[in-house]
Design a protein around this ligand. Structure first.
Ligand code: SME
Length: 152
């Protein structure tokens, strides 16, 4: 099964209408995205909890590591660079943090609110190599921008 991003965006918009609590929004987004695509093996957020520090937020899938400094991993790279990270082969990403031995590829997107505050990152892992595309990056970024615009 492959996600229909237009349908997912409509559902997430409806579910999140009027909500500004970042964790509530994260829980809703993860729940809605994870089950829509067979590529998504682990779907979750890491929240900015202190300068240069991420801590796990709502997720679906196996246990994720609890704390990630901006200096480490694909998540840390997305947070410190402020750019989407599309990793075709995690074995080639220096300092990739393997929460599961089955992860082969990964996409991580920074999450900002409308005031430009970095709230965290969205991390999606796949057990398939080279699972994620530029279209995934663009569609997921659009969903995040619309969902978290008023979040805090
Ligand atoms: N792979 C991520 C760590 C999070 S676990 O995959 C859920 C990283 O390298 O930052």
């Amino acid at each position: 099964m492959r996600i229909d991003y237009e349908d997912a965006a409509k559902t997430i918009t409806a579910l999140c209408e009027g909500e500004s609590d970042a964790v509530a929004l994260m829980a809703t987004v993860v729940c809605e995205l994870h089950h829509r695509d067979d590529r998504f093996d682990w779907t979750g957020f890491y929240r900015v909890v202190a300068p240069e520090m991420l801590k796990i937020g709502p997720y679906q899938g196996g246990h994720g590591c609890l704390v990630i400094p901006f200096s480490r991993g694909v998540c840390g790279a997305a947070a410190r660079r402020g750019e989407v990270q599309v990793v075709a082969d995690v074995e080639t990403f220096a300092d990739h943090i393997a929460c599961s031995s089955s992860t082969r590829s990964e996409i991580v997107l920074p999450v900002w609110n409308g005031a430009g505050q970095l709230l965290g990152v969205l991390d999606i892992d796949s057990d398939r190599p080279n699972a994620f595309t530029q279209q995934d990056a663009e569609c997921l970024a659009s969903i995040l921008a619309n969902t978290f615009v008023d979040a805090s």
